[in-house]
Design a protein around this ligand. Structure first.
Ligand SMILES: NC(=O)c1ccc[n+]([C@@H]2O[C@H](COP(=O)([O-])OP(=O)(O)OC[C@H]3O[C@@H](n4cnc5c(N)ncnc54)[C@H](OP(=O)(O)O)[C@@H]3O)[C@@H](O)[C@H]2O)c1
Length: 265
């Protein structure tokens, strides 16, 4: 199946590693021009070089650093991305995850920061991208959230709570802006092997007096497919939702979790 991505222009927030990087890599392989993003300039440059090496002479990737959880940053970055790419068709809204912790241990400040990164960054990225997306014949937005919005994850109350608003935001935008030709979907990763997950396993091991390997085993025992995902397995689903091949899918929330979510819808 042709995903219809050749020549499309994409901005992927939070993509110097992890899930965002995997999405950027597949978009590039499918013939997109991709702008990648992250806060750490050196890591972002490494990611840009890695994508160029993977994509060969035809690779079309540009790096735009900045913290998209800061109020004014998306409004500065998106015009730069659109200028570098010659427009914008695809937007992935993504940031790093919040700290783990029990409700009683989380401060007011932690809740504010989680709201900035997990909700308001998505709001601001979409707002800044809209003028460009409205000029695209294949405009599509994908928010990276978590399966925690459907099935709360122990010790991750910030993610469980704040991300629900982001999924509802995407659904509302799908209704509001569908008539103007823009699709909005949310993707809800399950446990996928990234640095974020290594950090969460280490935190659980400290909390429970075990090891990260033991914590991984405990999680994998709850996954019907019996293992965590590779980032590419997540990214293939994400890229499909973004692509013109998913032209009639909008307002959807797709769990990519190996069956970990046990509900029926
Ligand atoms: N991996 C999983 O199993 C899983 C499951 C459910 C949900 N999620 C969620 O999915 C998202 C991505 O996860 P991941 O595993 O890929 O995380 P990760 O390994 O920590 O990677 C996060 C990426 O985003 C960048 N980033 C973080 N905060 C940013 C910001 N404010 N502005 C711009 N770039 C930022 C990071 O680079 P810099 O640090 O240099 O900025 C990095 O490139 C997170 O919100 C995570 O909680 C992940």
């Amino acid at each position: 199946m042709d995903l219809g991505l050749r020549g499309k222009r994409a901005f992927v927030a939070g993509s110097s590693r992890g899930l965002g990087f995997a999405i950027a890599q597949i978009l590039m392989q499918e013939g997109c021009q991709v702008a990648i993003n992250g806060r750490d300039e050196a890591r972002l440059r490494e990611a840009e070089s890695a994508l160029r090496r993977l994509g060969g002479a035809s690779a079309r990737v540009t790096a735009i650093s900045g913290d998209v959880a800061l109020p004014d940053v998306p409004a500065r970055l998106l015009p730069r991305a659109a200028e570098a790419l010659g427009g914008l068709d695809l937007l992935v809204t993504n940031t790093g995850g919040p700290p783990a912790g029990a409700f009683a241990d989380l401060t007011e400040q932690a809740w504010r920061e989680a709201t900035e990164a997990l909700l308001l960054a998505h709001v601001r990225l979409v707002r800044a991208a809209l003028p460009f997306l409205l000029s695209s014949p294949a405009a599509s937005v994908l928010a990276v959230t978590s399966y925690s919005v459907k099935q709360p994850i122990p010790h991750l109350v910030l993610s469980n709570s704040v991300r629900s608003a982001t999924v509802t935001l995407m659904k509302t935008l799908a209704l509001e802006l569908g008539p103007q030709g823009i699709r909005f979907n949310a993707i809800l990763p399950g446990w996928t092997k990234t640095e974020r997950v290594e950090a969460l396993l280490a935190a659980r091991a400290r909390l429970n007096g075990t090891t990260p390997a033991r914590e991984r085993e405990k999680i994998e025992a709850q996954i019907p497919l019996g293992r965590m995902a590779e980032p590419e397995e997540f990214a293939r689903a994400a890229v499909f939702l973004l692509s013109p091949a998913a032209s009639y899918i909008t307002g959807a929330s797709l769990v990519v979790g190996g069956g970990i979510y046990k509900g029926t819808c």
